[in-house]
Design a protein around this ligand. Structure first.
Ligand code: FAD
Length: 465
């Protein structure tokens, strides 16, 4: 597709739509929008615009569609697959001014929210009413709920509560033509035609721009328990994960962390935690509910399982401060790894009983190609983030050999019944690996869908496929 540049006349039209103060040009003001959290990738847009209403988004998309100008929607820019990178230049639509929680409907346990609301702020407003919005990515303090929708995001509590897919009831979406639609209804059930809401979730800003979101809420649990279990081997910790479910318990979080990751967080974040010799891996396990006796009974069942898998030690958090400290250990791991080494992060997901084989295979692939890795993630969902560390690898091997190693990791993931990316999306950096899992038929269906929504291909070009 041949795209056009933004001419001075079109720039004037953009300003007329959104207002002069909503438009950024010039290298310095565009810098923030030239990267997200994906490796060290940098792509500059020609112009950034920060609209405030669906009607402004509609007029902007119509203008760009008529003039064949590429458009990249952007949330908070915390994405790890390069989804918000304006790889073809053009107009970047930053959604940061869509930052209002419009309604919390306590009668129906629903909320209507704009896409530029920071996820944690929304969770807090909902919690103040005794309710829970449980989709809590580790980046919840900085990412936007609109970005979460576009990536089909998850987080530690997916294991009990489900991903964002289970919570979105209805979306207001602006199409590349400028038309504004609602995808469904504000109802808990939906059996009227193709489900456009679910199609937009996870579409990574390639089909339309989300401008309003209706989500369901659930009553908040009142009690919880948090424990940190340590293991002498990665595979034992991973094998304990599926055994916990087989013992009849569904934890509200079940996270895996490798020793190296914990060491780096301790150095980076000064977390007080005694890291003993001979420990290779940890499981952070949370159980929640409304009855403390039931929670304790579940913890006992979990403990019995942990013992079977040679767990060395179980630390029970005995105060909310200690719980916060243990969660900080997990939540800051991505940032600590990033600050310690040049790295690449891959997102893998397998049926959870396959986790021991996945981690074993990742380490074997690393040994074969000469790279180290630090793995952590939402083990309860079978979702492992594989951080490949450059460490002593030569620049030549890093640039030339690594890709084959990553390919082998994804081939293993798929052979174990899994797929690429449980939650970070495909974006720019994973798309070359999509044919490992998906056939020409899948690509033909996806291209057909894209054609219907966006015949000129202006919306987030270069992403997913
Ligand atoms: C430290 C750290 C921890 C993380 N932990 C998790 C985790 O636990 N779980 C998880 O799922 N992810 C996690 N992530 C990844 C990232 O935070 C999520 O993918 C998040 O959902 C991205 O939101 P964002 O607002 O930053 O979106 P961006 O990065 O700005 O954009 C992401 C995609 O959404 C599109 N988009 C954004 N807004 C809209 C809109 N309104 N309409 C249409 N398209 C839009 C963009 O074009 C892009 O394709 C983590 C990232 C970091 C840095």
């Amino acid at each position: 597709m041949e795209f056009n540049k933004i001419s001075p006349q079109i720039l004037d039209a953009i300003k007329a739509i959104a207002g002069d103060d909503a438009v950024l040009t010039g290298q310095e003001s565009l810098e923030k929008y030239s990267h997200d959290e994906t490796e060290d990738l940098v792509y500059y847009p020609e112009v950034v615009v920060k609209p405030q209403t669906p009607e402004q988004v509609s007029a902007l998309l119509k203008l760009c569609n008529e003039n064949t100008i590429p458009v990249t929607p952007r949330g908070a820019g915390t994405g790890l697959s390069g989804g918000a990178l304006p790889v073809k230049g053009g107009l970047l639509i930053a959604m940061e001014r869509f930052n209002r929680v419009l309604e919390i409907d306590e009668q129906n346990l629903q909320a209507t929210v704009e896409p530029g609301v920071v996820t944690e702020e929304f969770m807090n407003q909902v919690a103040a009413k005794g309710l829970l919005y449980p989709v809590d990515p580790a980046s919840k303090g900085s990412c936007f709920i609109g970005g979460n929708i576009s990536h089909g995001s998850g987080g530690p509590r997916v294991v009990k509560y489900g991903t964002i897919r289970e919570y979105v009831l209805n979306l207001q979406v602006v199409l590349p033509s400028g038309e504004i639609i609602w995808t469904g209804a504000n109802t808990l059930k939906y059996a009227s035609g193709y489900n456009l809401t679910q199609l937009i979730i996870g579409s990574e800003g390639t089909l339309g721009i989300v401008t309003k979101i209706v989500v369901k809420l659930v009553p908040a649990p009142t009690q919880d328990a948090l424990m940190l279990a340590s293991f002498p081997a990665n595979e034992l910790a991973c094998a304990a994960v599926s055994a916990i479910f087989r013992a009849g318990v569904i934890p509200s979080a079940l996270e895996f962390m490798e020793r190296r990751g914990v060491e780096w967080v301790k150095e980076h974040d000064d977390i007080a935690f005694d890291l003993q010799d001979g420990i290779e891996a940890f499981l952070l396990i949370e159980v929640d509910g409304t009855n403390q006796d039931v929670i304790f009974a579940d913890c006992e069942k979990i403990n019995a399982v942990l013992e079977e898998y040679e767990c060395r030690d179980v630390l029970f958090a005995d105060s909310s401060a200690q719980k916060e400290e243990l969660w900080r250990l997990r939540r800051t791991m991505a940032v600590s790894v990033k600050s310690n080494s040049v790295y690449k992060e891959e997102d893998t997901v397998v049926p959870r009983a396959a986790l021991p084989l996945l981690i074993k295979g990742i380490k074997e692939t690393g040994a074969k190609y000469g790279f180290e890795s630090v793995c952590y993630g939402h083990a309860g969902d079978g979702n492992l983030h594989v951080n490949i560390i450059k460490a002593h690898m030569s620049d030549e091997d890093w640039n030339n050999k690594l890709k084959s190693g990553i390919r082998e990791i994804f081939e293993l993931t798929v052979s174990l019944g899994g797929t690429l990316s449980g939650e970070h999306g495909i974006g720019l950096v994973q798309k070359e690996f999509m044919p490992i899992k998906y056939s020409d038929t899948h690509f033909a269906i996806w291209r057909g869908i894209k054609q219907v929504f966006d015949p000129k291909g202006i919306l987030n070009p270069g992403k997913i496929f």
